[in-house]
Design a protein around this ligand. Structure first.
Ligand code: SF4
Ligand code: SF4
Length: 323
């Protein structure tokens, strides 16, 4: 059964709700090249949002109905206008979230070779919310997914953020971690895993953080190729299908998010973006040039079988489980 057929079976007519989050993929350049990366990012990628589109993003953000700017990539900090974008968004009183990979501050910029160690102070100064992937609290599993040496650098990154007040009970600087399974299985309970992470990271590294988000690996791009190579793709899809949760389906993140690609195209979510499923409710596909909040709010969301990744078990989104 396709995803749409399953929605029909459960009599679910899922429409956009109020759109509050503008999620912008600034660049495909990243200092890492993780195995599960659905964006296929790496230090060799050069795609990056140009000045004209950056100006359009900031213009759209002036709409008070947008409350959150969610910056992603690649490593968004590697975009040449990253600091300017964050600064302007905070002046517009938006809540800024950055999908920060914890290691980017320790490597030279892949293109300009400048030091990136300014990142932690800048985050603190602008009070951005930091959301960071840490696939596990043990070195072996993290390095297996994200590359050799990533765990050690990630721990250093978390310690730098803690030094500046991030993740501490008494501060308002939010540091949230993201867990995604290292293999072809669904994430465990978010609450119990968060407790486990807190104990392990505090005991071994004196690290504190606010919340742990568990995210299901989406069966697309690099992770899909990995599954196919290992003969696990069909099995994984069956698992996602058989774990369909209608309650999670009612809260999928595409209902309240606009996703913008580095080249100014508009999508329902980051995953549809990676699959080139551009929103096309008007005569022309939606872009930053013809974006209209009201038209976007009335669009039909483009579903595909990868959407089972968002609705399996407790559900999954950029902010963790949905139920
Ligand atoms: S850090 Fe994130 S964007 Fe970079 S390669 Fe890994 S998963 Fe992809
Ligand atoms: S993958 Fe599908 S269900 Fe998930 S956010 Fe995107 S469009 Fe919505």
């Amino acid at each position: 059964m396709s995803f749409q057929e399953v929605l029909q079976k459960y009599h679910l007519d899922i429409q956009p709700s109020s759109i509050e989050t503008l999620q912008v993929n600034l660049t495909k350049t990243c200092n890492q090249a993780c195995r599960h990366c659905h964006v296929d990012s790496s230090p060799n990628r050069r795609e990056s949002m140009d000045q004209d589109f950056v100006n359009k993003v900031l213009k759209i953000l002036e709409d008070p109905r947008f409350k959150i700017l969610d910056l992603t990539g690649g490593a968004p900090e590697l975009h040449p206008q990253f600091r300017e974008i964050v600064t302007k968004a905070t002046e517009l009183k938006k809540h800024v979230m950055v999908r920060h990979n914890l290691t980017v501050s320790f490597d030279p910029h892949p293109i300009t070779k400048e030091s990136m160690f300014w990142i932690h102070d800048f985050f603190m100064e602008k009070k951005v919310e930091v959301v960071s992937s840490l696939p596990y609290y043990r070195e072996y599993l993290t390095d297996r997914q994200r590359g050799a040496g990533v765990f050690k650098k990630s721990i250093m990154g978390l310690q730098e953020l803690n030094k500046r007040g991030y993740g501490k009970k008494e501060s308002n600087l939010l540091l949230n971690l993201v867990f995604n399974p290292v293999g072809a299985y669904l994430p465990p309970s978010q609450k119990s895993l968060e407790e486990e992470y807190k104990i392990e990271l505090r005991t071994k590294f004196n690290i504190e953080f606010n919340s742990l988000y568990t995210i299901t690996n989406m069966p697309i791009k690099r992770f899909k190729e990995d599954l196919q190579r290992n003969g696990q793709y069909d099995l994984y899809m069956d698992k996602l299908r058989s774990s369909f949760n209608p309650i999670a389906a009612k809260s999928v993140m595409c209902r309240n998010t606009v996703s913008v690609s580095w080249d100014g195209k508009i999508y329902d979510c980051d995953f549809n973006q990676m699959l080139n499923l551009q929103c096309n409710n008007t005569q022309n596909p939606l872009t930053l040039e013809n974006f209209d909040y009201d038209i976007f709010s009335k669009r039909d969301i483009i579903w595909g079988d990868h959407c089972f990744g968002c609705t399996a078990g407790a559900g999954s989104s950029c902010g963790g489980t949905l139920t």
